[in-house]
Write a protein that binds this ligand. Structure first.
Ligand code: NAP
Length: 280
């Protein structure tokens, strides 16, 4: 079985970002990503550390904006960042204000700065084949498949999970690569049978180790988007020990989708900075 090494792939993506950051520096542009952290949640603050490290490695400026309360100032902060020409990308991480969904927050981020595809407008653009930033985790899935030289055109792909943040954009990106895509969810009948037909199986469920050997056809590629914090540490949605005898290729957790997703955020930020420089 081939291990799809997300850390090595992320390092390679990072080298390409460094080159583009240098070209932008010649134009006097420093790509800048604002990370808005409502609630000042310690777990969320800790979860931005890998992003901080990766940003400093590639030369993207990361500007954290910690907000003391969930709702306090979130809309005003996002409005200010939307208008700030020195900020090229905006993302929001952490507990959102009561009654506010990720899509609600996304509407406060202009599509040109929506580097984590939070806005319903970004998802709509992806569906319409218009230029848009996909959510970083979804973009990472396809980046890994392409870098892993997994054939996608005409392949049968199955995505388990239909959230607007992961499952749906993954399905749209795979369709754009000419895969034949089936999207499964909690009401899917005979899930294991459907999954077992896939050449490429993407698990984005949020249930630790749910995808076992019975889901995986011999030789299939399995991408594990799951990032579940358990007593055993970070655990994926795939039971890696169970599927490794059957799968042809597999992403580990940790060290698979996560590091590549971080780099996708930075690549999107640099692309947003390039677009802003060309527009202005
Ligand atoms: P979510 O919003 O909770 O969506 C989970 C999806 O899984 C839903 O569509 C749900 O179906 C489906 N589902 C739940 N139980 C199922 C079951 N027993 N059988 C089949 N489908 C089932 O989660 P999410 O935000 O999409 O995240 C999914 C996973 O990706 C999580 O582990 C999350 O931590 C991880 N993630 C990782 C990254 C990264 O950078 N690595 C980034 C984002 C998310 P219904 O729609 O029918 O409810």
């Amino acid at each position: 079985m081939k291990l799809l090494d997300g850390r090595a792939m992320a390092a390679d993506v990072g080298r390409g970002i460094v080159d583009e950051v240098e070209r932008l520096a010649e134009l006097g542009v420093t790509p800048t990503l604002a990370a808005v952290l409502p609630g000042a949640d310690p777990a969320e603050l800790a979860s931005t550390r890998p992003l901080e490290r990766a940003a400093s490695q590639v030369g993207v400026v990361l500007r954290p904006h910690e907000l003391p309360g969930r709702a306090d100032g979130l809309a005003a902060t996002l409005a200010r960042l939307a208008d700030d020409p020195a900020v090229h990308g905006v993302l929001v991480r952490g507990p959102l204000p009561e009654g506010m969904s990720s899509a609600d927050v996304g509407t406060l981020i202009p599509p040109a700065k929506d580097v984590d595809g939070m806005s319903p407008a970004s998802l709509g653009r992806l569906a319409a084949n218009s230029p848009a930033f996909a959510p970083a985790a979804a973009a990472a899935v396809v980046e890994i498949l392409i870098r892993g030289e997994i054939p996608l055109a005409g392949a049968r792909a199955c995505v388990i999970g239909r959230s607007p943040r992961v499952g749906q954009p993954v399905a749209l990106l795979l369709l754009a690569e000419d895969a034949t895509v089936t999207v499964c969810h909690s009401r899917t009948k005979d899930l294991t049978t459907v999954a077992h037909e896939a050449d490429v199986l993407v698990a984005a469920v949020g249930r630790p180790r749910m995808v076992g050997a019975g889901f995986v056809r011999a030789g299939a590629t399995v991408i594990d988007v799951g990032a579940n914090v358990t007593d055993d540490g970070l655990v994926g949605d795939v039971d890696a020990d169970a599927v490794s005898a059957t799968a042809g290729a597999l992403t580990p957790v940790p060290g698979g989708v996560g590091p590549v997703a971080t780099m996708m955020l930075l690549r999107h930020t640099v692309a947003a900075a390039r677009a802003a420089a060309q527009a202005g």
